[in-house]
Ligand binder design. Structure first.
Ligand code: HEC
Length: 268
């Protein structure tokens, strides 16, 4: 009996001693809940949000983060930010062509065997900001900015997590966390310290549609864009799902009518 009591007391003591330190140093905040336009069985991407989110990616994030599984023409595909009924083939879409032409792409070799640079085309992939991982690490204090092609799916609660991370820099580091130069404290990041400086501030970009570019708005829009990048066919898939449901309902009605017809003269 005595031993058990003593053991219990020791265990309780150990827990009480270790808890405050453990919480202060390693506590990772849960991502904040948020409402997205594309959630639920009928939710689809909002084109305005996608276009604004692309602008944030293009003007801010693409300086460090690649998106190399996406082609520029994807922007003009159905469900994408710049899809237009008039130009179902994104290679003909003037907005997509203009966006592509802003990039400088390395091509070649030409007939003399030399590599050369040319303006981008819709069929090109989004160019990488760095020539290789070593250069990426050297420019970012040793950390490599991850590729964005499927970042939303690669993180638990991806959309909420990334939104919280972008907005989560205004917490003060706990006193027992040592923030080295080139590191930033963010309680949503596992371990609390990351090499990415805060990215968003009010008015950083200017939205073409007149929406006010608050930090919150930019975080919402860029995460919506990244979600589209990870799952570009969601709109089409949900539309198809809806059509299938309608088809099945109509079919069920017809079958029932046929059943009544077939059995109408049979006495029960
Ligand atoms: C100046 C370069 C730079 C810019 C610009 C930048 N990032 Fe980063 N980002 C980094 C680096 C470096 C890391 C890796 C951090 C680490 O692992 O410590 C990172 C990591 C991330 C991560 C991954 C976190 C994880 O769980 O691994 C996300 C998400 C992210 N950035 C989002 C963004 C978004 C969205 C933008 C644009 C609004 C952006 N970043 C702009 C440098 C940058």
């Amino acid at each position: 009996m005595k031993t058990i009591q003593r053991l219990l007391a020791a265990a309780v003591g150990a827990v009480m001693l270790s808890t405050p330190a453990a919480l202060a140093a390693g506590e990772q905040h849960h991502p904040e809940e948020h409402d997205w336009s594309w959630e639920g069985p009928f939710g689809t991407y909002d084109k305005g949000e996608l276009q604004r989110g692309f602008l944030v990616y293009q003007q801010v994030c693409s300086a460090c983060h690649s998106m190399n599984q996406l082609h520029i023409r994807n922007l003009g595909e159905e469900g994408g930010p710049f899809f237009s009924e008039e130009f179902p083939n994104p290679n003909d879409n003037p907005i997509v062509r203009a966006i592509a032409a802003e990039y400088i792409v390395e091509d070649g070799p030409d007939e003399l065997g030399d590599m050369f640079e040319r303006p981008g085309r819709p069929s090109d992939r989004f160019p990488n900001p760095f020539a290789n991982p070593q250069q990426a690490a050297a420019s970012n204090g040793g950390a490599i900015p991850p590729d964005f092609s499927v970042i939303i799916k690669a993180r638990h609660s991806g959309p909420e997590y990334i939104r919280s991370l972008l907005l989560g820099y205004d917490h003060e580091a706990p006193h027992d966390v040592n923030v080295a130069p080139g590191q930033y404290y963010n309680p949503y990041f596992p371990g609390g310290l990351l090499a990415m400086p805060p990215q968003l501030q009010d008015g950083l970009v200017e939205y073409a549609d007149g929406t006010e570019a608050t930090t919150e708005q930019m975080a919402h829009d860029v995460v919506t864009f990244l979600t589209w990048a990870s799952e570009p066919h969601m709109n089409v898939r949900k539309k198809m799902g809806l059509m299938v449901m309608i088809y099945l309902l109509v079919l069920a009605g017809l079958l029932y009518a046929a059943y009544r017809q077939v059995w109408s003269n049979v006495k029960h």
